[in-house]
Design a protein around this ligand. Sequence first.
Ligand code: ATP
Ligand code: MG
Length: 409
Amino acid sequence: MNTISIIEVKELTKTFNGDVTAVDNISFTVEEGEIFGFLGPNGAGKTTTLNMLATILRPTSGTAVVNGFDIHENPDAVRRSIGFVFQDPTLDTELTGRENLDFHGRLYGLTKKEREERIKEILEVVQLTDRADNYVKTYSGGMKRRLEIARGLLHYPKVLFLDEPTLGLDPQTRRAIWDYIAKLNQEQNVTIILTTHYTEEADHLCNRIQIIDFGKIVANDTPENLKATLQGDVIGLTFKEAKDAQQMLSKLNALEWVRSAIPVSGSGNQVGMSQMSVLMQRMAGGSGMGMMGGMGNVGGPSGMTAQMPKDPDKIAEAMNKLHQQAGPLRNFHQINLLVDNASRRIPGLVKIVDEAGVELDSVQMHKPTLDDVFLSVTGRSIRDESGSMMQMFRQHRMIRQARGGRTPH
Ligand SMILES: Nc1ncnc2c1ncn2[C@@H]1O[C@H](COP(=O)(O)OP(=O)(O)OP(=O)(O)O)[C@@H](O)[C@H]1O
Ligand SMILES: [Mg+2]
């Protein structure tokens, strides 16, 4: 991969209505040919950042150069040189797939001949040739997403922005879309910037991942390097009772061979009202923003791209600081321990828990994943805030927009 920067972002900030700082003074670069992932939970500022880079939204301050064009000085040139697939669907379902593509090609001034050739080529890439003349309303979710990706690429952009390319799709369809994205990056020679809150998507697809939280960049590196910063293994202890988990947290943290003990709130993708209210408080400037200040060299008030520390002790120190600042997390059943040689530690751990007279529900161990990285740099699980309730709000919003006849975004 060469090292020509195709996007350079400098101190970009967006504040809505004077009080919600959605994107907080971020700076980063994207190299030509990369698949660059923006990973973050709901409300982190991913869409807002992409919209500013695509000149759909005006930054409150800061600037960016996209494909050599300044977003303030030359927004039309920026728009012509990029493709964009929005988070919420924007296809005309009363038209056929081919008609949707043709309409887009006309908007971008392609001639009839150019449109015909390019549409044929791009339909083949996303394997929709045989459905091209059917109405989009008869397409499956995955087919619609593929058509949107094809449309984003129609006018030969050098950069393609994909905002949550697989949101709401089943795992099998998601994997198929990943294959298309990787293929487009290789065969169409296009730099891809995608947002996601699926850690496995970022891990599988991206050359480089930037973790964004509360509008700030908290980490930026290759997936391998991010995971390697958490040397060792993770042991996840799930307790039957939340009060037992709380009681055990400090005991486990005090063990000399435990680098860090992190409470994990919630279970899977289920978001409870209590967690939602914690999120709301954090968004309103509560402990969430305070946490960032406590991250030492992991994050930083400057919002500049930060590398996580390589030294495991430093990570542990940062994590412990983070937890102190975040305050007590209530209602957690699970504690993740960062240790060396997990398999040798488990019998001893079970004994300690047993002697404390509390009951375990399950014990599991794994090599650090991006979920663990997210947990370590933000102090909470990405899944807590990416679950069913946010999905439900989003669906409600889309239904309202559809009823009102307004286009999303
Ligand atoms: N037009 C707007 N007016 C006011 N606030 C907004 C607007 N758009 C976004 N926000 C707020 O800015 C913050 C960041 O939103 P954004 O849509 O960029 O997040 P995101 O990371 O894309 O989240 P998601 O994963 O849910 O798509 C949120 O707090 C959101 O409520
Ligand atoms: Mg978004």
